[in-house]
Design a protein around this ligand. Structure first.
Ligand code: GDP
Ligand code: MG
Length: 247
């Protein structure tokens, strides 16, 4: 059976991390988890390490020295996964905004021919977001429309952070050239995969605002996305050296 890794980046997620790890391990499908932990002052790492004694084969942690951003946390996790035998590598938040029950949907889409499966809030022009303030929903929804216009990327939810990649996608993308860190990182990954010719599909999911802990989103991350996509439009995408681009 193909090995599946869920990468969960964390910064101050002590209220969520144990629950989400246990939830994923209770699912069918033998998912493994890598937590990429950025030195959270709230002690998130200690909780993960305690659970690692209970799940030594399935739970892993990579610790970095400080809050270095979501994008670089995922790049770190992707490299870690590629050094091991994972065939499906999934991005998921720690805060239950992405329902772990939907992991199977994303993996199935990849098993059925997708190279990248996006858990999409906006596919078919339906907005599936629960409990976000209306302003934030509108900002996110129209940001996706803006990305479409500026980059030409035909994806309804380009800032989505619930994504399953087949291994070969992450092998082919030159990860050293992925430069953005916030929502722009998510756009850049989808843009790059599409430019390299991979099949990217959107799977409808419901996104629910976190009930515990606080958002780490800030104005800088938003600004990076707005201006970053303009740069993206002119970016030349080439496969990683030695990847052979074998798809
Ligand atoms: N390692 C790491 N994780 C982060 C960082 N910023 C956010 N996260 C995690 O990324 C996920 C999404 O962040 P969140 O604050 O929920 O963003 P929002 O849903 O857009 O409000 C959560 O699991 C956070 O703990 C960071 O700088 N480093
Ligand atoms: Mg969140």
């Amino acid at each position: 059976m193909a090995e599946k890794l869920v990468i969960i980046p964390t910064y101050n997620e002590k209220e969520n991390i144990e629950n989400i790890i246990r939830y994923v391990f209770d699912l069918e499908g033998n998912f493994h988890i890598l937590v990429v932990e950025d030195g959270s002052p709230d002690g998130t790492a200690a909780i993960v390490k305690r659970l690692m004694t209970e799940f030594p084969a399935r739970l892993h942690i990579q610790e970095r020295k400080g809050k270095l951003g979501l994008g670089t946390a995922y790049i770190h996790g992707f490299r870690w996964a590629l050094e091991r035998n994972y065939q499906y590598i999934i991005e998921m938040d720690a805060d239950f905004s992405h329902s772990p029950d939907d992991l199977a949907l994303l993996v199935r889409a990849c098993e059925n021919g997708a190279d990248v499966a996006i858990g999409s809030r906006y596919v078919d022009n339906v907005i599936r977001v629960v409990n976000w303030p209306m302003g934030r929903v509108m900002m996110s929804y129209f940001a996706s429309k803006y990305v479409k216009v500026v980059t030409g990327l035909q994806i309804a939810d380009s800032t989505a952070g619930f994504v399953c990649y087949r291994r070969r996608v992450l092998e082919t993308i030159d990860l050293s050239k992925i430069k953005f860190i916030g929502y722009a990182f998510q756009i850049e990954m989808k843009f790059t995969a599409t430019k390299l010719g991979f099949k990217v599909v959107e799977v409808p999911i419901i996104f629910t605002d976190r009930k515990e802990g606080t958002s780490k989103m800030n104005a800088g991350i938003f600004k990076e996305a707005i201006f970053g996509v303009i740069k993206l439009r002119f970016k030349k995408v080439t496969p990683a050296a030695g990847s052979g681009q074998s798809h």
